[in-house]
Every structure is written in structure tokens, then in C-alpha cells.
Design a protein around this ligand. Sequence first.
Ligand code: ADP
Ligand code: MG
Length: 765
Amino acid sequence: PVDRAPEIQEARLKLPILAEEQVIMEAINENPVVIICGETGSGKTTQVPQFLYEAGYASSNGIIGITEPRRVAAVSMSQRVAKEMNLSHRTVSYQIRYEGNVTTETSIKFMTDGVLLKEIQKDFLLSKYRVVILDEAHERSVYTDILIGLLSRIVPLRAKKGRPLKLIIMSATLRVEDFTSNTKLFRTPPPVIQVDARQFPVAVHFNKRTPLDDYTGECFRKVCKIHRMLPSGGILVFLTGQAEVHSLCRRLRKSFPFHRNAPRGGEEKEDSVEEMKKFKKAKRSKKVVRVTTLPNIDLDNYSVMPVDEGDEDREAGDEDDEDADLAGSDLDLDLGDNGLEDEKPDSSLPLYVLPLYSLLAPEKQAKVFRPPPPGTRLCVVATNVAETSLTIPGIKYVVDCGKVKKRFYDKITGVSSFKVTWTSQASANQRAGRAGRTEPGHCYRLYSSAVFSDFEKFTPPEITRRPVEDLILQMKALNIEKVVNFPFPTPPPTDALVAAEELLIALGALQEPPKSGRPKKLQEAKLSCPISPLGGTMASFPVAPRYAKMLALSRQHNCLPYMITLVSALTVREIFEEFDRPAVSEAEQEMLKGKKARVVQMQRIWAGQGPSQKLGDLMVMLGAVGACEYAGCTPSFCTANGLRYKAMVEIRRLRGQLTTTVNSICSDAGLFVDPKMKPPTEAQVTYLRQIVLAGLGDHVARRIQAEELLDEKRKNGYKTPLLDDPVFIHPNSILFKQLPEFVVYQEIVETTKMYMKGVSAVEPE
Ligand code: ADP
Ligand code: MG
């Protein structure tokens, strides 16, 4: 029996899914596989595990497992469910890639989908589970898709063994035909239970015109209008990326500041200039009508206000650009931490602005669930994370820029680029729905209805949009040889499968197919190569196959500790802060310039002397991680040296994990993570470079010869085997000026040009 607090019980009873408990449990009792669809916020994630627990599904016979595509959700949902059930995290636990609090008492386990995939490798029948819930299946993350395919096979196998496993697939949208009408997946279509949304109506307002590019500015103006003119209720803004989120947060905080209580322990130093500005601002805002005194507002007319109307919001926007944000980005993030506002009549419109994106530290993310300080209005500026996986209480207004930032890959060349594109209609509707959770709401779309009708209906599943070599290796390690026959909910394109198998063969992870036979036969053979012993070892490392290969080669000459560090840094990526971002003000510009100069100086030191310099950017990574660990991996060291603290912590965890994996594969390795790792010797650097080349053998580029014959555009360019156009060393690379004749690169990212990142020099044969 579960002993819930009265207020929790009351809140639960308001959730639409509670009314369906009996229907859901009957369906689960009678069917091996059940699909549950219900709007975000209807209570799927927090309640279904509790239904199962109370129905006795967690016992000595097995536990309840729930997968989430995002780490944020796995952690926060386990905490929420533990709280609702009045149980400790020893019973309701989580496991994400690097950490977890699972115990022998765990009955309900939240985890990322990647974690469950790894567990299948160790125990194909998932014998410790009685129920597996795949949450957020509508997101169509690659791992969730693969898990659906695998579980469609595991469920019947478990039934045969007389230890049935229940599979529950949960989706926030009704678009589940890829799961139900795919007979390769489930021969009998599983029942679909639809949870009544009990959604309040949301009035959708389109802009008359679509801003050409400045959608953040448009967001700013819209939020200002809502805040000044519309009744109370939280605002949720959808933008595309972290930098945008921060810049909008900064602008809004400046326009609608609120005072905190007396400073504690001198952590906030407000100089007189700052005070003066606040004073001026407070005076200015007096002329603004207070929200509460405002009579009826015709919301339907709101949307037909011209976009470029020269109103006071616009004015506030311009002023915002003028007065410098001297605090810098790190400080800003903490604004509002120590709560509260003494309600001076002067600061009339305090707005409690919070950022939300997946890389944000969990304790900062958790703030959005707490009520805003009294007298303030909550405004959350978010990326896609807020679209379905987290429900923020009290949102009444949604401002949707209509865009999404996605990484695009070229299937053949692997060149990647980040592009901001229009989102899909389904996703825009999800965003709008966030406004109607607790009362009728409004969604302001910063684009016209004509533009909306040109959006694609649904976002295509991730598996169709990215290279799949890591998945193929994992599947081969599960002895799924004919990957083409695997019951994917949506299969990846054949050319992506072929490219993946070819790479894995080149890396020696798969056994080479016989060379004879007709081309068509050959392709078939290529698509069904069994895994090699080396591939088996590689599959046990939780990193990309190229990096796994480097690890597998590093046993000699004591290179493993270095390679583990290097691979960790390459996997975590982007270890340096971004200083090339556009500044909001001149002061910020200066600050960024100063920081960048400091980082460049440090990078030169980390790149080392003599032969180690040839390792280039990879040597810089080694040096940076080494120096950071030596200093105890503190936030202050990271800030001072332009390193991303979050990245460094993740690198540390991955080093630990890889070290444990190596030790478990070869019991005589006896490795440990050394915080005082010495720089590699000259000989070791030579080996490291050879090993890197073996892993990135297809990522070699040669400087274009006969420079004098070239036009400006091709100057300092490199030629790669697969691309016709030249590629270039990224300006932030330590080798940018040296221009070695041969280089090997981690990846090519296309921005204004095709740039190689993570570059090392290679000796010609
Ligand atoms: P779904 O999975 O269907 O989207 P959830 O189970 O996540 O729905 O959410 C149900 C309700 O629980 C929502 O109203 C949400 O606001 C609330 N909730 C979820 N997590 C928390 C939390 N950490 N703190 C407070 N309320 C929460
Ligand atoms: Mg959910």
C-alpha cells in the first residue's frame, strides 16, 4: 500500500489518466504489449509506474523499468515519483549513462533508453524486469526505436520461457501507426488506449507577417506585450538553442528587473551605476498600466497588431541594447536564486525569467517546477525540451518562434551542420498545447498561417537522419547479423546502412565478406557480416566505433590512460566555451574578446613543445583535461580558462567509465584515473598519433597543392577523398596557421565553409 501525502493525492486526482486507471490496468493484464497515448501533462510518466506498482507488478519476480530519451527526464521523473509515493530513492531510482542511485531494493527504475539497450547486451531477456515502459515513443529517438524492435522479439521469448514480460509504449501523440500497423514488428496490433486530454482550449494567434530572420527580437517584443498587457499567467517561449535562450533571458531581465532581499554574504555587488539604472527604469515603468488594473483585452485583435509597430516594447528593446550587461553570462544565470522581491511599488512589473535547455545543470532546470516569487510572473525561455518531456506548471501563454535547431548529416561524407529550420506542424501543435494545462491559454505563433500550412506534418524519426554505425555495431554485438531484416519501426535508408557496414568492415569490427560474387550479392553479403572479435571488444565501449577502435589499439606502451582521456574529450565534444557568439553590448564584446585571448594563450601552452605539437588539437584536449584535473576540476578553474565546466565533469565521468570497462576486459590492465597524469612522452605521442590515424583513417585530408594557381576562396584549403569542394582547418584550431601537408580530423562541420575540427598532423608515408 502506498501512503501518499494528502496534497499529492489531491493533485493526482486532477490528472486525466487517473480516470483511466482501471482501463489501463485491464489492458495490461490481458495483453503483452499496450500502447498508451495521452497529451503531455496527462500523467503518463508519473502515474503509470505507480498503477503498476500498486497492482503488484514489482516483486521478487522482477521490477518496473521506464526509459526516457533524455537524461533530464529520467532523473527528475524518478525524483517526482518517489516523492508522490512517499518512497525513498532506494526504491524509486534512476540510472543514466554516468550515474544512478539504483539499489537492491529498487522497484521502479527510470533510465535513459541507451542504458536499457546496454542492459540487453548483457542479458538479452531482460530477466530482472517484469514490465518495461518505453516513454516518449513519439519522439522517435534512435534508441527508443531500436528498443521497440528488440522488445517485440523479447516479449514472445519471455512468454515461451513462462516468465512473461509486459511492454508498454507511451506516446504524447496519437501518431502510433508505425508501431501498430507494422506487422513485422507486432503480428497482432497492440491495443491503443487513449487518455482523454482534458486540455483547456488554447487560442492560437498567428502573426500577420513572418519576420525574416530576427525571431529572437520578435519573441522579445511579444513577451513584453504579453507581460504588460495580459492578465497573470506564466509565459513559455520556444527558441532553438542555448545561446538564443540566454540572450533573450538577459534582455527580459533587464527590461523587467526585480529586486532581491538584502544581499547575502556579498555574493551580489551592485555598483551605483547599476542602482541608478534600476532607479531610472523603475521611474519609467510607472507610466505603464499595471496588469491587474487592466480591463478586458480583446485577445483576438492582438494577433493582428502589425509586427513592426513602434510601441513601447520596441523602445524597451532598443534601450536594452544600449545599456551594457556588465555581469556577463555566468552571473546572469543565477539571478533569482535567492528568491525574493520586496514588493516596492516602483518596480512595477517584475518578471521571473528562467532558462531551460538540456545542457543546463539539473538544479537550475528544477527551478521551473517551483512557483515564481510572489508578485512576479514566471517566464521560461526554453528549447525543444519543454515541448513534450517536461510539463511546467502555470503556463498560460506560449510564444513559439516556429523554428528548431537540428543537426544534419550527409549520409555519405559524414559532414554535419546545424541548421535552424521550420519545425513540423505536429511539434508546433505540441508547443501550443503547453498553454492549456491548467486553464484556457493562448499561443502566439511568430509566423503566418500560410507559413504554418507549408510546415511538414511530422518530424521524421531520428534514425532516418543520422549515421548509424554505432547502432549497427551494437546490433551485431547482439548477433543480429542481417540488420536489413530487423523490425525497425521505420528503417534507416539503405545507403546509410551500407555506409555504416563499410566503415565497420574498414575498422575491422566486422568480418569481411567474401570478395567473389556479383555486385548485388556483394551488397547483400556486406549487409549481413558477422561481428569480429575486435568488434566485440569495440562494442563494449560506450563510444563511437572509431573511438572504440582507438581504445582497442592502445594497450601498448602505456598509451591507454592517454587514449581514454582523449576519447572522452572527443566524445563529450565542445570542451571550450563559445566566445565567438554575438555580444548583446559593447561591454560584453570586450569581455568575450578578453576571455578568448586568454584561452588562446592557454591552448598554446597545452599544445606542448616539439613533437607533441603535431598531435595538434588533440594534444590541446589532453593538456586541458590534464590541467583541469590537476586543479581539482573546479568551476573556477574552468571559467578562468574558458573550459565548459559541465563538459569537464562529463569527461571525468566518462574516463571513469572507460577505465572500468578496460579493467573488466583485461583483468591485468590495473588502470585507474590519475588526476596527476604526466604529459605523454615523445614516443607515446608518436604512438598516439598512429592510433588516432587508425581510428580516423577515412578522415584524412591533404593540403591543396600549387597554391599560386588558386583563387582566394580555395586558399589554405584541403582536399579529402570524398568531397569535391575544399575543406579548411577551423580558425579555432591550434594548427590553423601551421597548415601541415597532411591532417586527420575528428569531424567536418559546415558553417560559412566546410571546417575540419579536432585536427592533428599526419606524416606522409
Ligand atoms: P505526461 O507524462 O503525461 O506528460 P507527467 O506524468 O509528466 O505527464 O505529469 C503529470 C503532472 O505532474 C503534470 O501536471 C506536471 O506538472 C506534474 N509534475 C511532473 N513533474 C513534476 C515535478 N517535478 N514537480 C511538480 N509537478 C510535477
Ligand atoms: Mg511524460
